[in-house]
Design a protein around this ligand. Structure first.
Ligand code: PCA
Length: 329
């Protein structure tokens, strides 16, 4: 090698080394990801795994940092925070925004999809339309994971809708508030992060939710019964603002979408595992976990029919097409 070539090679090597050392530092971006549920909840653990997957896959160019428990934004504010670009990414229970578009409430129609398998099918039928609705709001959907089946918590034995009359009911979306209204209960909207306090102070005496949220909130301290009604399985959706998304190159977008596919599959499995774990936890802490009586079931079915009719009316042709496609599966 001539001296000149040696020198040139040396300079080029030095420049390349400098460039490779500098690239991650220069391009590194921190993406804050607000989550509404506690760090130990399976959704939050799944989001943390997704965040680690993206951070690793991009070689640290994008570091996603999760903020569980509503610590950065409370549940009710997360969607707007992502939409307006206050944060690039976040997780939200989309059915709480059914007032913006009835399609967001597809996963909270009583007794339409009541098992994990059914929830997956319903999601297959609905995903395209929901993504389209989100696209119109400056959002890209990355993945979606169901909660365990929704049952009813009470601080007494309940065998019919009549027994619920006048009970103070904690709601988390429009469907749960409607359910309270149709059963003679008094709804108050409360995020999961405030559920323990609401029950401890008597603001709420009942709710419909998963064993998961009852367990996370140590609800056995204030309620005695959980009825496995399996009314629906609502979903958490992980969404990105379209502007930072558009700024990513194709290879980086692929890291996100590959990690999202993994997160959707692993999240589903975690949801199933957490169902058993948390129902056992409610029992071992002294709660009665049981199937509803036939009378309670048939009373709730009537309420469900009314809510289904109202949803179909609000969601129009698009909604009907999803339900028809799901039922044909
Ligand atoms: N837990 C959340 C939503 C559905 C669920 O199972 C909550 O109660 O807020």
């Amino acid at each position: 090698m001539t001296d000149l070539l040696k020198t040139t090679t040396g300079i080029v090597t030095a420049a390349l080394l400098a460039a490779s050392a500098a690239t991650p530092a220069l391009a590194a971006e921190k993406w804050d990801m607000p989550l509404a549920y506690p760090a130990t909840n399976f959704h939050s653990e799944n989001a943390a795994a997704f965040a680690a997957c993206v951070t690793k896959g991009t070689g640290g160019e994008i570091e996603i940092v999760t903020h569980p428990g509503g610590s950065l934004f409370g549940g009710a504010d997360i969607k707007r925070a992502v939409q307006t670009g206050q944060v690039p990414i976040g997780e939200r229970l989309l059915s709480a925004h059914a007032n913006e578009d009835p399609l967001f409430g597809i996963d909270s129609i009583p007794f339409l999809a009541t098992s994990f398998d059914a929830s997956v099918n319903l999601w297959k039928a609905a995903q395209g339309a929901v993504e389209e609705a989100l696209d119109g709001q400056n959002l890209v959907l990355l993945y979606s994971v169901p909660w365990p089946p929704q049952g009813m918590y009470f601080n007494m034995e309940v065998n019919s809708v009549d027994d619920m009359n006048g009970v103070k009911f904690r709601a988390y979306n429009a469907a749960t508030a409607k359910l309270a209204e149709l059963t003679g209960m008094l709804p108050v909207q409360i995020e999961a992060a405030e559920v323990s306090q609401a029950f401890a102070t008597g603001v709420a005496q009942s709710m419909i939710s998963s064993g998961a949220t009852g367990y996370d909130s140590k609800l056995w301290e204030n309620v005695s019964h959980f009825y496995e009604v399996a009314a629906w399985l609502p979903r958490n959706s992980i969404m990105v603002n379209k502007d930072p998304w558009a700024g990513l190159d194709d290879a980086t977008k692929k890291v996100f979408t590959d990690c999202a596919v993994t997160a959707e599959a692993e999240g589903l499995q975690k949801a199933k595992d957490y169902t058993t774990f948390t129902l056992d936890g409610l029992k071992s802490n002294g709660m009665k976990v049981q199937k509803p009586s036939d009378k309670l079931k048939s009373d709730l079915a009537v309420v469900g029919e009314t809510m289904t009719e109202e949803w179909l009316k609000a969601a129009g042709d698009k909604g009907k097409a999803i339900v028809d496609a799901y039922k044909a599966m």
